[in-house]
Write a protein that binds this ligand. Structure first.
Ligand code: NAP
Length: 498
């Protein structure tokens, strides 16, 4: 069950949000009394309540906004109990002083904004002993394995237990709590108004992650990256899973570079079924692979991991996606045949993983490729690996080419007024391919269209690389149009870089 936290300054706004949530199918809300201005009217909030409520009043030291005395706070919590609130949240240091009364259930909570405590089992035992109906532990995650420890603690508890890791490293615990037996997870009313670090909006929790349909049998997939908050892979994969009726969820895992080894070593404890891999892990994950596909072997980087009984299989879907996108645009053909692409010469802008995958894919299809990068050595390295040419960044416009590919982040949100290639050098016979997908119509793409070039957008490549992953993991045809629509909707409403 999703419990939505409501933190508003005015009673009428709390009541209105509560009503709105219930009309939208939410069955439990947390009313944050510490957000209310003026005298808190517990009776008014409980009267005619459309669904059960948790009443919570947090001190500043616990991440709340309560500005009055501790005595007044405890009086308020006791009033909530006397007035018959469904649940009241009592922090572990005050719980012993607040007696059980009537029908109100006691949530005994513990918060740690610095770390996830080392011995969660011992902490849980202490909280449970305080006449708890529900135990709640919310602690900052500093390491991805903090999530695992938290979820394992929830799973092992006989008493209903909510265990949440805060911060963006902790997001998996918010999404996967129910899978481990938690009675509910917390979500915010509004994506922009988080009441605790790392909270996820209730619509996203319900519609994108389908929290209520996650069970112990639901398989876990995800994207591993740092940072990960901007990734649109969860949007695309979860939409596809829902459309295909597959019992799996796709979760963002923020894993810092130095923690990837420990994270992958613990994969079976989640247990993970598959991962998309992006910056900064595309090369380092190969240390853990027991099998790699031909493209990984040639490119030296993977963007896809599959966890099988035999070990970790690594694949690279970027190069194929880039070539498929280009081929489809050139021929209007969804399933390009093997053979030449129809372009003879291409300039690839960029010296990172995307440039390397695109250069390799094009070269494999017989295109004469020139790589150019702001940092010349990076382009030279790719050229040596792929077997193509490299030129100085300043010379990029002088290279004769019938295809220009942007594999840099130039033009990506919020720098939408930038382009990596001057318009005056574009010619109508050129094919222009921008791997940037947020926004879809970058300045580079718009200028190319205005000159009369054929264009390929990063949305096409992104959808195709995800679609190939979907086929690898689930063994069924991916619903590509669903994936494309989900990505376009997300980029249209995105406020952050993609
Ligand atoms: P990366 O490894 O960080 O490489 C980025 C490259 O862009 C580097 O060579 C960097 O140059 C260059 N660069 C950055 N800012 C620049 C600027 N202002 N002017 C000129 N060059 C600049 O990243 P990546 O993994 O290759 O990804 C690059 C981009 O490709 C991403 O931002 C994303 O938009 C796109 N991409 C799209 C898809 C898709 O499916 N559509 C998939 C993967 C990537 P320096 O070496 O000098 O820093």
């Amino acid at each position: 069950m999703i419990c939505v936290s409501i933190g508003r300054g005015r009673h009428r706004h709390v009541i209105a949000e509560h009503k709105h949530l219930v009309e939208n199918g939410i069955g439990l809300v947390e009313l944050r009394l510490d957000y209310l201005q003026g005298e808190v009217q517990v009776k008014r909030l409980l009267r005619d309540r459309p669904c059960p409520v948790i009443m919570t009043c947090r001190r500043k030291s616990d991440g709340g906004r309560w500005e009055h005395s501790e005595e007044a706070r405890l009086t308020l919590l006791r009033t909530a109990i006397v007035e018959g609130a469904d649940y009241v949240d009592l922090e572990d240091d005050v719980a012993a002083g607040v007696r059980r009364y009537g029908v109100t259930k006691r949530i005994i909570s513990h918060h740690d904004f610095q770390k996830t405590p080392a011995d969660l089992t011992l902490l849980h035992k202490r909280l449970a002993s305080m006449d708890a109906d529900v135990v709640k532990i919310a602690a900052m995650a500093n390491h991805p394995t903090d999530n695992l420890r938290m979820l394992q603690m929830v799973h092992a508890s006989r008493l209903p237990t909510v265990g949440i890791c805060m911060g963006d490293i902790g997001a998996p615990t918010r999404i996967l709590g129910g899978r481990c037996g938690a009675p509910f997870t917390y979500a915010t009313f509004n994506d922009d108004r988080v009441l605790a670090p790392g909270q996820i909006g209730w619509r996203q929790m319900r519609e994108m992650y389908r929290y209520d349909s996650i069970t112990a049998a639901t398989r876990i997939y995800g994207v591993v990256a740092d940072p990960v908050g901007h990734s649109l892979s969860p949007v695309v994969h979860n939409a596809a899973l829902a459309a295909a009726g597959i019992d799996a969820v796709y979760v963002p895992f923020r894993v810092p570079a130095e923690q990837i080894d420990e994270f992958l070593s613990a994969a079976s404890r989640w247990p993970l079924s598959g991962l998309s891999v992006t910056i900064p892990h595309k090369e380092s994950v190969l240390r853990h692979a027991t099998a790699v596909d031909g493209l990984v072997q040639s490119i030296g980087a993977a963007n896809t991991l599959s966890f099988t009984p035999a070990g970790i299989e690594a694949a690279n879907t970027d190069a194929t996606a880039a070539v498929e996108s280009l081929a489809a645009a050139l021929r209007g053909d969804e399933q390009p045949q093997n053979g030449t692409l129809g372009v003879k010469t291409a300039v690839v802008l960029g010296g990172g993983g995307a440039a390397r995958a695109v250069a390799f894919g094009l070269k494999q299809r017989g295109v004469e490729v020139t790589v150019t990068s702001r940092t010349a050595d990076r382009a030279k390295k790719i050229a040596a690996e792929v077997g193509c040419k490299a030129v100085e960044w300043a010379a990029r416009h002088r290279m004769p080419s019938d295809c220009v590919v942007n594999a840099t982040p130039v033009g990506m949100h919020p720098n939408v007024d930038e382009t990596p290639y001057d318009k005056e050098h574009l010619r109508p016979y050129m094919v222009v391919f921008d791997t940037v997908y947020n926004p879809e119509n970058t300045l580079f793409i718009k200028e190319a269209r205005s000159v009369g070039c054929r264009t390929v957008t990063g949305v096409e490549m992104f959808v195709r690389q995800a679609a190939i992953q979907f086929r690898i993991w689930h063994g069924v045809e991916p619903p590509q149009q669903v994936m494309r629509d989900a990505l376009k909707r997300a980029t249209a409403s995105a406020k952050q870089p993609g």
